[in-house]
Ligand binder design. Structure first.
Ligand code: NAD
Length: 248
């Protein structure tokens, strides 16, 4: 509890807060992460390839049907709703100076909760485009079975998600680097900090007010001023309550 109080105090007095989230911010919405014991990397599956292979660019090109079968069944959660972590982050914008939420997640739940400046480093399962004519589609336009084809030209539709072997969108990455470099407080939630270049963003942070909220250890824990090894939803809810009391 002492750490939660200290985190709230840092956030309340911060000149600029940048939040970096990962899959652990969404597990309480029923979306599994990759690396927890019940995460996607450890779940038995019928495909015979590791998740990193199934979710690679070359696998998408060579085995588009298998890719989509895995993708629709394991990465798309159309009915998932924002949890206490997403909601608290959105509410925090009214109480303190949140500059941006940088997320590695592809579920769109920060925007759904109401966060206004979200940088989606790995794209979104909500957005699609035709590889031939670039016509754009949303998740609601797709049937979620088989390989989706373009209604305009018949080309193969690709998710607007960054697959393994693909580079990140340069503009988004530069925006993320710039806001992180300028951040007073960096609040990191629910990420193993094992996926690069996203994890490398921490090397651009120049402040000494790093807060990490994560259930398991990360390679950057030694740099944290405040380390909270607890659930993201519960933690962010408690921090939000203290911030609200402070503002009364
Ligand atoms: P990860 O699976 O490597 O790490 C998740 C971390 O969150 C773990 O360290 C785990 O201990 C922690 N965690 C799990 N539940 C938590 C909770 N309730 N509260 C606090 N911590 C919790 O995920 P990552 O670091 O984000 O990297 C994996 C990649 O997987 C990302 O690139 C992301 O795009 C993708 N991914 C996204 C989603 C999503 O959009 N929701 C889901 C799975 C994977």
């Amino acid at each position: 509890m002492e750490n939660i109080q200290k985190a709230a105090e840092l956030l309340q007095t911060a000149n600029g807060i940048v939040v970096l989230t990962g899959a652990g911010a969404s597990t309480e919405s029923g979306i599994p992460d990759f690396r927890s014991s019940d995460g996607l990397y450890h779940q038995p599956q019928k495909y015979g390839y590791p998740a990193e292979v199934l979710l690679s660019h070359s696998f998408f090109i060579l085995h588009t049907d298998t890719f989509y079968d895995y993708y629709f069944n394991n990465l798309v959660y159309k009915d998932a709703k924002p949890n206490d972590c997403h909601k608290a982050l959105a509410e925090m914008e009214k109480l303190c100076r949140v500059r941006a939420v940088i997320t590695q997640n592809i579920d769109g739940l920060h925007q759904e909760a109401g966060s206004t400046n979200v940088i989606e480093l790995h794209g979104s399962t909500k957005h699609y485009y035709c590889m031939a004519c670039r016509k754009q589609y949303s998740l609601d336009d797709l049937e979620q079975t088989g390989v989706p084809k373009c209604g305009q030209c018949g080309g193969t539709i690709k998710p607007d998600v960054v697959l393994y072997e693909e580079p990140l969108n340069e503009k988004d990455l530069m925006k993320a680097v710039t806001v992180t470099a300028d951040a007073d407080v960096l609040l990191v939630i629910g990420t193993s900090l094992a996926v690069y270049p996203a994890a490398g963003l921490l090397n651009y942070y120049r402040g000494n007010k790093l807060i990490i909220v994560n259930m398991s250890p990360t390679p950057y824990d030694g740099r944290a001023r405040i380390l909270i090894r607890d659930k993201a939803g519960k933690t962010m809810n408690s921090i939000l309550s203290i911030l609200k009391n402070m503002s009364d």
